[in-house]
Design a protein around this ligand. Sequence first.
Ligand SMILES: [Zn+2]
Length: 221
Amino acid sequence: MKDTISDSRENYLKAILEAEAEGRQVIPALLANWLEVSAPAVSMALKRLRRDGLVEVGKDGIVRLSASGREKAYSTALRHHLVERMLKEIFGMEWHQIHEEAERLEHAISPAFEAKLKEKLGEGACPHGNAILPVSPEERRSRGETRLSEAAGGHEYKVVSLEERDPDLLEFLHQAGIEPGGKLRVSTQNYDQTVSIQLDKQASTLGRMAAEAVWMEPIGV
Ligand SMILES: [Zn+2]
C-alpha cells in the first residue's frame, strides 16, 4: 500500500488517540503491532513526530500526544468518520467492508470536500456505531453500556457499537451474525472465557477477544 510520510504520520497520531481511548499505555511495541510495521520503523517515526512537536515520549517510555498532535489526530478521526458515513449512507457499502477504503480516503479529503460531507451527512454515528472521537470504556460504562465479554447471562441486549480498529475482527463479527443496532441474548458466560449468545436465527459462541470489541446496552431495564 502506498504510504506517504504525511499519511503515515496521520496514522500514527490516530493510532495513539485510539489506544489512549481504549485505556492502553501507548508504547512503541503496541504501535508496531497495530500499524503492522517494524520496531525500527516505529522508532524512526516517533523521532520525527517528536521533532515536529506532535508527540512526547515520557521517561517511562510511554508515548503521549502533544496539544498540536491531538488536534491533528482529531482532524484525521473526523475525516475517517465522514468517509465511513459517505461510503455507507451515500454508496450503500456494508459496515464490515468499508475499513480499508476509509483508511485510504481519509488522507485525501480536502477541507472544501470535508465541509461538503459535513453539510450533506449532518450529525450521526459511523456505520460501526461510533462517534467521531473515540470514547473511553469508563465513559461507555457510565452510559450504561457493557462489553459482550462482561454482560450478564439471561438478558437481552442491543448492540450499540463495535471497536473498529481491526478489519479482520469486524469481518469475524459479521460472520458471527453480530451487527451494530442488532439484538442478541446472552445465554452464559463460560468457564473458558467464551460467551454463548442467541441471535435471531442462530446460537453462537464467541471468544474473549471478539466479545470485548462489542459494546451493548440492556433492553427492557
Ligand atoms: Zn466506524
